[in-house]
Write a protein that binds this ligand. Structure first.
Ligand code: 6GU
Length: 252
């Protein structure tokens, strides 16, 4: 996977992604990161890339010219000159795990980071293929969202996570939240590790973990249960939980 990031702050992207697991993936060549400084494509002698909004109003707008030329430069670095161009914006479709799985199939992805009050609509409509938001809140720019997306997509690429099994066993891949984890010591501040985990009984451990996942999802993200694939044992467990809840707090 080759990432190309168009930004006014390339250092932020480079330093943010050259750490930990993604740093290792970059070293190993499993992913590559190419940053393009939009300011390098300003034709202005002060390297300005923004201007006042037509129609008035607060803030500045990124001009179309530098963004367009930066995007052409990114495409020129890609063998067939063709790739999806993802614009990070709170006006986009909310990024989810299934979207990450689709993006992970591509060989090249171009990300466009906006700043100020946004980017001139005429360049967006010409170059952008995907408008993506990372959630319902407003950030100052697209740099953090790009790092989030690159992290999520990269961990789906074979070899990036040391342990091949872990990428799909985790939360959201099966629409359930993860079960709690424990390590040594066996007792911490008077609290013992759940006994079943020390039993060595693999079927019981698996059932306990599954039930913990169901319980957490029911408590924190009941909306996810609609998408989850649940078997008879899962449904029986959830029925019991809801029934005992009804007995202890009848009118909740
Ligand atoms: Cl992609 N950009 C900005 N500026 N704010 C956001 C966002 C993106 N996603 C959520 N909030």
């Amino acid at each position: 996977m080759n990432y190309h990031v168009l930004t006014l702050f390339p250092d932020m992207i480079v330093s943010g992604l050259h750490t930990s697991i993604l740093g290792r993936a970059l070293e190993k060549g499993l992913i590559s990161l190419d940053t393009i400084d939009i300011r390098d494509y300003s034709m202005n002698r002060h390297r300005r890339v923004d201007d006042y909004p037509y129609g008035g109003g607060a803030g500045m707008v990124m001009a179309p010219g530098p963004v367009y030329r930066a995007c052409e430069a990114a495409k020129a670095r890609i063998p067939d000159g063709n790739a999806r161009v993802i614009y990070l914006t709170p006006q986009g479709t909310v990024f989810r795990q299934d979207m990450a799985r689709e993006f992970a199939k591509e060989k090249h992805l171009i990300f466009l980071c906006g700043h100020y009050e946004g980017i001139d609509e005429r360049v967006l409509s010409r170059v952008v293929t995907d408008y993506v938001s990372i959630g319902d809140y407003v950030l100052t720019g697209g740099e953090l969202p790009v790092m989030v997306m690159i992290d999520v997509i990269s961990r789906l690429i074979p070899g990036v996570l040391g342990n091949e099994a872990s990428a799909d066993s985790e939360s959201f891949e099966n629409s359930l939240l993860e079960y709690p984890q424990y390590t040594r010591p066996e007792e911490f501040m008077g609290e013992k590790v759940p006994g079943v985990l020390l039993s060595g009984h693999h079927a019981n451990i698996e059932r306990w973990r599954r039930n913990q996942s169901l319980l957490r999802t029911l408590q924190v993200r009941p909306d996810l249960l609609k998408k989850a694939r649940l078997d008879k044992k899962d449904l029986e467990f959830l029925r019991q939980v809801l029934q005992s809840k009804e007995e202890t707090e009848p009118n909740s």
